[in-house]
Design a protein around this ligand. Structure first.
Ligand code: WTA
Length: 645
């Protein structure tokens, strides 16, 4: 936060870039922004008219049941049509939709026509197994072409996809499948990560063994040099290559209502239970399309590459839906950035002549650590635009990205948004907005941010709020609409959307994101609820109480630090620590492991028994603790502090 408030470097958009940009110069941005705020209905109607509709809408926005806003009411459309058929009809059938590279080096490419055929075949395969509009389908897949086919096939036939990142444990799969009563899981025998094979089907088997809603498990053979052993349950499990063998490559798209559910994506919140964020068809379609178009300034010659996984929202919006709706060419890569060596990303940029590169600050910091020598001799001159997403980027990492990867000529779009927002809300528009290292800068069209205090008064440093609804916003939390109201709309009595981030607005009207203001920690750009971890720890028979906080981490941005008290008579030793880590792996996945677990006889609490997480944070940071005499038992502070020396 300190380093951010001292940052005052400013970089104007590269004039070369501005010349060909869709939004060229500050005046162009201001003009369109003004219109989007003053005449939002006209603005959002114009944008939607760039896409295909089977039937037009009655109303652009229906606010009658706020905060359950509805967009483009009663229209009929299909997002897979806008991603695929529309491109083929516009003469882009032979244009490459994506180049795919597997971690071991296997390569494939699909034109828009080929992708349409594959998606239709996949759609017909799903139909042949009985999948119908409205069915929920869980996807647990590596980053292989079939993941893209499967997502778009669900959208095409109106099934609701719920993609589960393939780093989640079998128990996480079970929770997510049960919450939405999914009827099918689509998975693969395996996938590659850092040279190893992840046996995904086995994890799925464990996860869904007792899920009564599941009637089919559809298994894709990843293919490659190693055959992956894959037990199949008769009558439930089917191989995709067998099922799809006779399927036609023609499948008319379902005419979806604007507010029909398109997908669910589970994300961590401040309570133990993950939330199934609901996105519907038309609003998300329009918002993913238009943010991709302007923020990435996509044109016909571009080769775009986003390094996210489709298991997270970034992959949904800025690999699948937003990018394909713009008819752009992209690269999709299956594996790790440092396999076989830490220059893999730079080789991919060079090989495919990537022009637009979108990645996470945590990856940038890892590259900085691995050393600049991995860049020697790499030709990155094809790049014209860089982007970051997922967490605040520290100015040092921003400058490295700017100089070493962007050769000081590529604009950087630091995009702030969330699973819930569907797409970018704060971001530079690359040919228009001067950037500042570490700053998400200005609102996207149609977005009016505010920085408020708890009372709803405007302040310079406070809590970020979003004033009006926008098409890409979530429509709720699956099965728990009260939680939707409580989480996002109760802070200022339903007046503004509450994203859960702190923000500062500077003298230029730029917004600086200061991190979460709730009990969510952002580890390498992945949201982890501290309450979720705490409840996992106390499941262990030796643990009485636990508190989890976020701490600064050089690479991950934030790491997790756990404090736990041990039940009398049990010993706090390495074996216990190992046990607890295994429990985290089992319940969530390895990516949610804490950096360290600190055991003590008690936790610092107020006299009313509330655990003082803020104090734990100060202890961890070595900050002055102030007056601690009001604690129920001040001596525990000493006991914990000693473990930091
Ligand atoms: C954080 C990821 C600062 C923020 C797209 C938000 C960011 C949460 C940025 C959402 C950014 C995302 N600068 N912080 N550019 N982008 N965040 O749902 O705390 O995985 O609330 O969506 O990530 O994480 P989610």
């Amino acid at each position: 936060m300190e380093s951010l408030s001292q940052e005052n470097r400013k970089f104007n958009p590269n004039p070369q870039f501005v010349k060909q940009a869709k939004i060229a110069g500050m005046d162009a941005y201001k003009e369109l922004y003004q219109k989007s705020i003053e005449k939002p209905l006209e603005f959002w109607s114009d944008v939607a008219n760039e896409l295909h509709w089977f039937k037009p809408w009655d109303k652009v926005l229906d606010e009658s049941n706020a905060p359950f806003y509805q967009w483009y009411t009663n229209a009929k459309t299909n997002i897979s049509y806008n991603c695929l058929d529309r491109q083929v009809e516009a003469g882009k059938g032979d244009k490459v939709a994506f180049f795919w590279e597997g971690e071991p080096g296997d390569k494939k490419a699909f034109t828009y026509k080929e992708l349409l055929d594959e998606v239709c075949r996949f759609s017909n395969a799903l139909k042949s197994l009985g999948v119908k509009k409205g069915d929920r389908i869980a996807l647990y897949l590596p980053m292989i072409p079939e993941l893209i086919f499967a997502v778009l096939a669900c959208a095409r036939i109106g099934a609701v996809h719920s993609v589960i990142f393939a780093g989640f444990s079998s128990e996480s799969i079970r929770d997510r499948v049960e919450d939405c009563q999914a009827r099918m899981v689509i998975t693969a025998d395996g996938g590659y990560r850092r040279g190893k094979i992840l046996e995904l089907k086995k994890i799925v088997d464990e996860g869904v063994s007792n899920c009564s809603s599941i009637s089919e498990v559809l298994v894709i053979k990843r293919g490659g040099e190693v055959a992956i052993d894959c037990p199949m349950t008769e009558g439930r499990d089917f191989y995709y290559d067998v099922i799809s063998e006779d399927c036609s490559s023609v499948c008319p798209p379902e005419e979806m209502d604007s507010e029909d559910l398109l997908f669910l994506l589970y994300t961590s919140g401040t309570t133990g239970k993950p939330k199934g964020i609901m996105h519907t068809t038309a609003g998300y379609q329009v918002f993913s399309y238009i943010t991709s178009k302007y923020v990435f300034d996509l044109n016909d010659e571009d080769v775009y590459w986003c390094t996210a996984d489709v298991g997270w929202i970034t992959g949904h919006t800025y690999i699948v839906y937003g990018i394909l709706q713009n008819g752009a060419t992209q690269v999709i890569y299956e594996g790790a950035p440092n396999h076989p060596e830490p220059d893999r990303f730079w080789n991919i940029i060079e090989d495919y002549k990537v022009t637009t590169f979108y990645t996470a600050p945590t990856a940038i910091r890892a590259f900085m650590k691995w050393g600049d020598h991995w860049l020697e001799g790499k030709d990155l001159s094809s790049l014209r635009l860089l982007g970051t997403v997922g967490e605040p980027i520290n100015p040092e990492a921003w400058m490295w990205y700017h100089e070493k990867i962007g050769a000081s000529k590529c604009p950087i779009v630091d995009t702030w948004w969330q699973t819930e927002t569907g797409g970018h809300l704060l971001t530079p528009i690359p040919g228009a907005i001067p950037t500042k290292p570490g700053c998400a800068t200005v609102p996207f069209f149609g977005i009016e941010p505010l920085v408020l205090n708890e009372e709803g008064e405007t302040v310079d440093v406070g809590i970020l709020a979003i004033k009006h609804p926008w098409p890409g916003m979530l429509r709720g939390i699956y099965g728990d609409q009260q939680r939707y109201i409580d989480t996002y709309w109760s802070k200022w009595n339903g007046r503004h959307y509450f994203p859960g981030d702190g923000a500062r607005v500077d003298e230029d009207g730029y917004y600086w994101i200061l991190g979460r203001v709730d009990d969510v920690v952002n580890v390498s750009g992945h949201r982890i609820g501290t309450a979720e971890l705490e409840s996992i720890f106390v499941e262990h028979e030796s643990i009485a109480e636990a508190a989890v906080i976020g701490i600064k981490h050089d690479i991950k941005g934030q790491g997790l630090l756990a404090f736990a008290t041990v039940i009398q008579g049990k010993s706090a030793d390495e074996a216990l620590e190992k046990d607890l880590i295994q429990l985290v792996d089992k319940r969530i996945g390895k990516f949610a492991r804490p950096e360290k677990i600190i055991f003590s006889s008690d936790l610092p609490k107020t006299r009313s028994g509330k655990i003082m997480r803020r104090l734990l944070r100060s202890i961890a940071d070595g900050d002055d603790l102030g007056n601690i005499t009001t604690l129920a038992d001040p001596s525990v502070v000493d006991e914990i502090q000693k473990q930091f020396n």
